[in-house]
Design a binder for this molecule. Structure first.
Ligand SMILES: *Cc1c(COP(=O)(O)O)cnc(C)c1O
Ligand code: SF4
Length: 445
């Protein structure tokens, strides 16, 4: 599985080959690049060769989902090869117009779990704050395709104020995830204001920003932005590299500036068919990440959003990739593979099984090599802990209890006597209220 040095060289040579900065505006400042975004096929033709047939298809798809590509990202494209992973992520195809049976407009129910516009509050202690619907590039696989770049969904300052007020008035929120669109497309000044407001909220312990600019517009990570971010520590930044070909000199510089400023970096990739659905590509990608001080955080199974079915792989493909990462490479290079549950259930981690059997106090495990081993459990019945432990929920005032009162954690919680978790409206439970004297056989509510 480990790539040989010669293969590695070929990969970096390829990267150099395609990072062709002689193309128009490919290395211009971020503002210049945004002024010269590629939004038509004719502009795109300065970077890649496009047949008349492809032109027609692209233009058809653009009516529904507009195209926007930064000159820098376009300069990474292979001009001759339509299968180029950079092209696939950026150039529309007629496949986007296919509405598949499984497609859902808002698959993650982000609009549904929203107490105020701009906030998705799904997990108890953290919220998603949408601050912009603009992106440097419109990724073809974007899960929020329904709103990115839509002028009617513009995030104005009033909406932002309401969203920040919600966080201020919700003491349980200790982690704020700033996303969009791309938060780094806001002016540095506006972002400074948002971070200042959030920092002033006592219960907000950390802020993280999700941005694809290190990949599609690395010039955005300029000294002014870095100086501003440094004022607001702790700020974590998560970026979105999907393919080793996106790791260029420019993106490395952007990552280095962020890391040198003391900002912890993470990467969230999306598993995309014919782009990166290969253990070797993902292994190469995660190695390029850690080499640049970026911790691979999540590998996402592609969502059920409209117009992206052609990007979806099977979940088994993702498990195969995890099988070939875990144990084979540094633990911190391995992301968590997650399926974001349709309907708003949140991220569900999925991986190969390592626990293969168990007996009385005997756990049978297997490792990445296929070695099967026995772990003997200790001969004790339960944990004994001091009754006055400072961290224990039993000793906390009501409002500060942490122990999960949802999910399977409820079964472990010593402070209650719950013995089962039953789905709402379970038919079997409804049958218990059957009233023989009525004789209807209908469940009574
Ligand atoms: C992903 C996500 C989060 C953050 O989840 P982590 O697992 O903590 O990274 C929070 N809110 C929403 C709605 C999300 O989709
Ligand atoms: S940067 Fe993120 S939000 Fe913007 S288009 Fe790409 S995937 Fe969507």
């Amino acid at each position: 599985m480990i790539l040989q040095p010669t293969q590695k060289e070929t990969m970096s040579q390829k990267i150099k080959l395609h990072a062709n900065n002689t193309r128009p505006f490919a290395d211009a400042s971020w503002k210049e690049q945004l002024k010269h975004l590629i939004t038509t096929v004719d502009q795109l033709r300065e970077y890649v060769n496009i047949t008349e047939q492809e032109k027609t298809e692209i233009e058809e798809a653009m009516v529904k989902f507009p195209m926007a590509i930064t000159p820098y990202y376009a300069s990474l494209m292979d001009p001759e090869d339509p299968r180029c992973p950079v092209r696939k992520q950026a150039i529309p195809t007629s496949k986007e117009l296919i509405i598949a049976n499984a497609d859902i407009e808002d698959p993650l129910a982000e609009d549904h779990d929203s107490p105020v516009p701009g906030i998705t509050h799904r997990y108890p202690d953290r919220v998603l704050l949408l601050v912009s619907n603009q992106c440097a590039m419109f990724c073809r696989h974007c899960t929020r395709k329904r709103m990115v770049g839509d002028d009617n969904q513009h995030v104005n300052k009033n909406q932002l104020n309401d969203a920040i007020n919600y966080i201020r008035n919700t003491p349980g929120v200790r982690d704020v995830l700033i996303s969009g669109g791309d938060p780094f497309l806001l002016s540095t000044k506006r972002l400074d204001w948002i971070l200042t407001e959030l920092n002033a909220i006592e219960h907000v312990e950390i802020v993280r920003i999700g941005t694809r600019t290190p990949v599609v517009l690395p010039q955005r990570i300029d000294d002014e932005l870095i100086a501003m971010l440094k004022k607001h520590q702790p700020v974590w930044v998560n970026t979105h590299f999907n393919h080793p070909r996106e790791v260029t000199e420019q993106s490395k510089t952007a990552l280095r500036k962020l890391a040198d400023a003391g900002i912890p970096l993470g990467n969230q990739s999306v598993l995309l068919r014919d782009v990166n659905d290969c253990p070797m590509i993902i292994q190469n990608l995660v190695h390029r990440m850690v080499e640049n001080r970026v911790r691979p955080y999540y590998l996402y199974q592609c969502d059920l959003s409209r117009g992206i079915e052609h990007f979806r792989t099977s979940i088994s493909k993702g498990i195969e990739i995890m099988e070939m990462l875990i144990g084979h490479t540094s633990g911190f290079a391995v992301p968590t593979y997650v399926v974001d549950a349709p309907g708003g259930g949140g991220k569900i981690p999925v991986m190969p099984n390592y626990l293969i059997s168990m007996g009385s106090r005997k756990m049978v495990l297997r490792n990445y090599e296929g070695v099967i081993c026995l772990y003997s459990e200790p001969p004790i019945k339960e944990t004994t802990c001091p009754p006055d432990c400072d961290y224990c929920d039993r000793n906390m005032p009501a409002g500060q209890k942490w122990a999960p009162d949802v999910g399977v954690g409820k079964l472990f919680d010593q402070t209650n006597d719950v013995i089962s978790i039953v789905p709402e409206n379970l038919e079997r439970v409804q049958r218990r209220t059957y009233d023989a004297s009525e004789g209807t056989g209908e469940p009574q509510s």
